[in-house]
Design a protein. Structure first.
Length: 175
């Protein structure tokens, strides 16, 4: 045991030095505008409830990337909540499967007014390669009203942030 302690003392710490995160200037510009509108219209905090209506999880990976240290969407006043009762925005991914249709409608009804719905990804926007069939309702707008559509398979975090900004642009019109 003593030999291992001596080896640790002799070796020292072998980690990489901390590097400064260099952020994308377009994301910073979009984020500053999102922050300005969230502060103005939502008292500094926009709550989003993400709903997977039957996707392949590609969009979810990009949505999760919004919360990582590179994008860090929470510094712009945007955060994700676990309950639709606390949400201002529903962010729906994937084509709506028949099994998720009732759950999506109940989630929409549980979200307090005024509410906004964002369809995220090609599957949510137009049904993608699944379309309408015996197992799929297709696009989100076939089940609940949609305010903003974000195309892409999957849309990048920067495109997602631009879609959130577009939804915030519709806030004043709906209020």
């Amino acid at each position: 045991m003593l030999r291992q302690y001596l080896k640790m003392l002799k070796t020292g710490i072998k980690t990489e030095p901390v590097r400064k995160i260099v952020r994308d200037p377009d994301v910073e510009r979009l984020g500053a505008e999102v922050k300005r509108r969230v502060d103005r219209d939502f008292a500094g905090s926009l709550a989003i409830r993400e709903v997977d209506a039957g996707s392949c999880n590609g969009c979810e990976l990009e949505i999760h990337a919004l919360n990582n240290v590179y994008y860090d969407v929470e510094r712009f006043g945007v955060h994700f909540v676990a309950s639709p009762r606390h949400a201002d925005v529903l962010l729906v991914t994937g084509p709506v499967s028949r099994n998720m249709e009732a759950a999506l409608i109940r989630t929409y009804e549980a979200t307090p007014d005024p509410k906004w719905v964002i369809a995220c990804g090609d599957c949510a926007v137009c049904g993608g390669e699944f379309g309408i069939s015996y197992v799929s309702c297709g696009a989100v707008e076939n089940v609940i009203p949609v305010d903003v559509k974000i195309p892409g398979c999957p849309p990048s975090p920067a495109v997602l942030l631009a879609g959130i900004l577009e939804a915030l642009g519709k806030v004043r019109k709906k209020k």
